[in-house]
Design a protein around this ligand. Sequence first.
Ligand code: NAP
Ligand code: GLV
Ligand code: GLV
Length: 319
Amino acid sequence: MKIFITREIPEAVIDLLQKKGFEVSVYKKDNPIPRKELIRQVKDCDALISLLSDRIDKEVIESMKKCKIIANYAVGFNNIDVEYAKKKDIVVTNTPDVLTDSTADLAMALVLACARKLPEAEKFVRDKKFVGWKPKLFLGVELRDKYFGILGAGRIGSAVAERAYSFGCKIIYYSNTHNKYLDEKLKGKKIPLNSLLKKADILSIHLPLNDKTNNLLNASNLRLLKKSAIFINTARGDIIDENILIEMLKTNKLFAAGFDVYDNEPNLKIEFYKLKNVIVLPHIGSATVEARNNMSILAAKNIIAVLEGKKALTPVIVN
Ligand code: NAP
Ligand code: GLV
Ligand code: GLV
């Protein structure tokens, strides 16, 4: 059995697969695998480990002659044509739960960094401008008693809500269904999208990207946000109209925004580099030693299960 991995990922995956006697082949160069090479490699693999930056569309799936499982090394799976894989009897799995805390930590780090202007303040010191304590130097905002809006109260949204609640925030959320944990333990309130946008002092996106969420935040509703609001996106760039948000940030219609994800990564809109009230990160939500190791192990376990004729541990479900 041949397993192909589109990039080097933590070794745990290779150990587990090799112990089962599988042949593991890895694209080792430090760049995203070129499409031609991907198509060539998937032709004879029995299982594929893909990254969120690999587009696994019809053409790629069509090239697979004996592949039984596509194990995405991410929880998001918008890079894969899951419907088509299903038609071809290929199981698609992702890596939920094991990266929830890391991603929630990063979202909260962005909230705090925006609220207290950390990048600007840090640069100020490095530029040797710190010449003494000043009552009005880098005034930010406190989190206590602020309305913290969660968009998509799933695994990561709930973990962010838990963190925000411990900072004294009041939780409001927009999601498909009620979240019992948020309702009962965090005194959260599920409210319609437009009400949430109007009310939130902090807004953090944790929706998956799909046909329904693509461009969900756009010209018709983003302008409902408070001028004092902090906007955080660690989900997917295509969920928001970045141009509208950039214009709002440029004209101080928002306090600040923190981004870990963008549409058309890694080609960021030029304005992102220029705005002072914006924090930009290179898609590092799950980038901790713990999460990345456990993602590797989970991907390997999914492959072993499927190739041994058992049920995958974490198959993706499309409604
Ligand atoms: P999840 O548990 O599936 O949570 C998503 C939540 O959004 C669910 O509660 C879901 O409700 C809700 N939802 C889905 N579509 C909706 C819609 N149209 N309207 C309202 N609510 C909707 O997923 P997760 O594990 O928290 O991950 C969320 C996303 O974060 C991933 O898909 C990925 O794109 C992103 N992510 C980014 C990073 C990073 O590195 N920055 C790391 C990890 C994940 P139902 O379940 O009731 O449908
Ligand atoms: C990261 O963005 C993921 O979806 O795991
Ligand atoms: C600040 O350092 C203070 O003591 O209030």
